[in-house]
Design a protein around this ligand. Structure first.
Ligand SMILES: Cc1cc2nc3c(=O)[nH]c(=O)nc-3n(C[C@H](O)[C@H](O)[C@H](O)COP(=O)(O)OP(=O)(O)OC[C@H]3O[C@@H](n4cnc5c(N)ncnc54)[C@H](O)[C@@H]3O)c2cc1C
Length: 657
């Protein structure tokens, strides 16, 4: 595949163009035409969309839309007939004008971040602007990345571009992480794929919200296209890592099958994900169950669920995706849910991208880039404001602010008509918690339709025990099942587990954290020099931006740390205690004032100590600003006695970088 292919001309007649423009997203089309024609006047005030709750709503009448499409047709025809040059990236001023037209003045702080999302094929602003060859050609320097999910892959790419030798250790047989392991029916992204993909590798997707297979296919293509496969050691689990003080390097213990071996690197990047180790609750009697049971991330495809009695524990993001699929086959489905999730109305959740829309992406210069911008601009802001606690409101379990209450009303109004024929479900399904207290789940009406099926029931009582034949509940209900499926999520707060990580002075990372993982910007921990986490503590995003965007920013920061070491000649950096503490205090204060920190609802955003260790409570613009480059004064330099580290160069992959 050729990502971000250059489109040099527009080579079709007016009728063809007119017919394709019918399916164009109006704001995207207008921004594309403004850019191509360098004429900002096409962004008329009267056509300005409305930005509310993280979404751009087009308020144009049918006749205005017709007028806008005709204007765009004329401008594009002129662009074609006059053989005008495709301009490269818009200027910052042009982006500013377009973004303000689309969103309003509140977009201003996000512009430097979104500007980096506008990748023309000749400009990828997050690519390192230096190489090891230029700044430290004689220095042995090596990076080990743990994990080949989307985070590990982007870190690898950036190191490769900087000419820094690296290897990726991956416990699985293939890249993809989340998207390799989650094969349950109905698994798909819940962020539009044109945004949940790398900024530097845009793809024309066939679904707006792609299936896990398609995301996996994309990550494989990225790994192939950028030559990353040859750097990956598959079926190799990092069991432990130990900081060797005298050499200032990490010694890694690697496990491949029954064999253990070691390797050494200057920097370790942990890209092991937050949602990689399935969580199965400890329920009495679990082992007694005589039927089949499995976790959603370890789907047992050998079991045909047709005609089976199925018990499903959990109603989180995965469960709401697979329960509708299971209900179509099974004789009876019982869903056990202690709490429920708010639904985010998403009509196009299962919609295919039409041929005409795909044509526009492939044939109109920069349309694809502006479509991504039309997603990145509103979603970088998202609904963070609507989940902030207003102490004067006063906040309750119903709503934490006036805005939060407004959003609750909006979504309730969308849900309520769906209960018209089943009023009994209303109070069972509409959450007691404020919006943002738990993960919000996208839906297009499928979820409530599924719960209304004759063969589906929801049980809100606590599970008491699993028996030989099924599940018994605190309310005395006793169910018999052939299959039990755990939709119970992941060990999200057990960061970097089960790796044993030993830092300076023999410090054990997990003992230090004591079940309450913290890091500076989710990445660095005092006493663990040159260890960088991706998707680490407090970097989960639930109301704004995407994890992939944060991975790109984190990778940029980590590669900048490598630059700092190569430029200064120091061996390692160790984050200062006061910097780490101050950052975490701010995070905790802010998280306490977000719906997920305020609400008493049970959620995976909180760890066993009750602290929110998952979520990033600030804006994406703040993450961008703080990861833009490493501030050297945030760190101590650490140097070995024998200054140059003799890294393990038996790895051919290292040499090839
Ligand atoms: C079902 C599901 C749906 C999701 N949907 C979305 C979505 O729509 N939008 C969104 O933004 N996010 C979503 N997420 C979150 C998702 O996890 C991230 O978006 C992203 O995939 C994380 O990538 P990662 O590379 O950081 O971690 P992962 O994808 O989890 O990859 C981690 C990799 O590290 C490897 N690994 C772990 N430990 C070791 C070890 N010790 N040694 C060697 N290798 C190791 C694993 O095998 C894995 O390949 C979803 C998560 C799940 C589970």
């Amino acid at each position: 595949m050729n990502f971000n292919a250059t489109i040099k001309t527009l080579d079709v007649d007016d009728d063809t163009l007119r017919s394709h423009l019918q399916s164009a997203e109006i704001p995207t089309l207008l921004m594309t035409v403004a850019h191509l024609s360098q004429d900002m006047s096409v962004l008329k005030d009267a056509w300005r969309p409305v930005f509310e709750f993280g979404v751009v709503v087009n308020r144009m009448s049918e006749s205005e839309e017709r007028e806008a499409r005709e204007l765009c047709l004329r401008k594009l025809a002129e662009f074609r007939d006059r053989k005008m040059q495709v301009p490269s990236k818009p200027t910052f001023d042009q982006l500013h004008q377009m973004a303000t037209w689309l969103i309003g003045p509140q977009i201003e702080p996000f512009l430097p971040l979104v500007s980096e999302e506008l990748v023309t094929n000749d400009q990828d602003l997050r690519q390192p602007r230096w190489t090891r060859q230029q700044i430290a050609p004689d220095r042995n320097f090596h990076v080990a990345i743990v994990g080949a999910g989307e985070s590990g892959l982007v870190a690898a790419l950036r190191l490769k571009q900087a000419g820094v030798p690296f290897v990726i250790y991956e416990k699985n047989h293939e890249v993809g992480g989340t998207w390799l392991e989650n094969t349950y029916p109905g698994c798909r992204v819940d962020i539009n794929s044109f945004f949940y993909s790398y900024s530097f590798a845009r793809k024309i997707w066939s679904d707006y919200f792609s299936t896990s297979q398609d995301v996996l296919g994309y990550l494989k293509e990225v790994a192939r296209e950028y030559g990353l496969y040859e750097h990956i050691r598959f079926n190799t689990e990092v069991a432990a890592m130990h900081w060797d003080e005298s050499r200032c390097a990490w010694d890694l213990t690697l496990r491949t099958g029954a064999t253990e071996h070691t390797s050494r690197s200057n920097i370790v990047v942990s890209a092991v994900g937050q949602l990689n180790r399935p969580s199965v609750p400890d329920i009495p009697g679990q082992k007694d169950f005589e039927g089949v049971s499995f976790h959603s991330a370890r789907w047992n495809h050998a079991i045909d669920l047709t005609g089976k009695r199925v018990g499903i524990i959990g109603t989180g993001a995965s469960a709401t995706q697979f329960i509708p699929q299971v209900a179509r086959k099974a004789a009876q489905v019982t869903v056990f849910a202690r709490t429920t999730n708010w639904l985010l109305p998403t009509p196009d959740l299962h919609e295919k991208v039409s041929d005409s829309t795909q044509w526009l992406h492939a044939n109109v210069p920069h349309y694809s880039m502006w479509y991504r911008a039309s997603l990145a601009l509103p979603q970088s802001i998202g609904i963070l404001d609507a989940v902030m606690v207003d102490p004067n409101f006063p906040p309750t379990e119903t709503a934490v602010s006036a805005q939060n209450d407004q959003l609750r009303d909006l979504i309730t109004k969308w849900m309520e008509p769906q209960f018209a024929d089943r009023p009994d479900l209303r109070d069972v399904v509409i959450p007691d918690s404020p919006i943002g207290g738990k993960r919000i789940v996208r839906d297009n009406g499928t979820w409530i339709a599924t719960l209304k099926r004759d063969n589906v029931r929801m049980e809100r009582s606590k599970i008491d025990a699993i028996t030989e034949r099924g599940i018994t509940c605190a309310n005395g209900a006793d169910y018999e099942f052939d299959v039990i499926i755990y939709g119970t999520g992941f060990e999200a707060s057990k960061f970097l587990m089960p790796m044993k990580v030993t830092g300076r002075d023999g410090m054990d990372l997990h003992a230090t954290w004591d079940g309450d993982a913290r890091a500076y910007m989710g990445m660095t921990v005092p006493g663990f020099p040159n260890l960088f986490c991706m998707y680490g503590p407090n970097t989960n995003l639930v109301t704004n931006a995407t994890i992939i965007m944060f991975s790109e920013l984190t990778a940029k920061y980590i590669v900048d740390a490598a630059r700092l070491l190569l430029e200064t000649g120091h061996d390692a950096i160790d984050v200062r205690d006061d910097v780490f503490e101050r950052f975490n205090e701010r995070v905790d204060e802010a998280n306490a004032l977000r719906a997920w920190g305020f609400s008493r609802v049970n959620s995976w955003y909180k760890n066993s100590k009750g602290r929110v260790a998952q979520n990033f409570p600030f804006t994406a613009a703040e993450f961008w600003r703080r990861t833009h480059e490493v501030v050297a004064t945030d760190y101590h330099f650490v140097d070995a006695k024998a200054h140059q580290v003799a890294v393990d160069l038996d790895l051919e992959a290292n040499e090839a970088a």
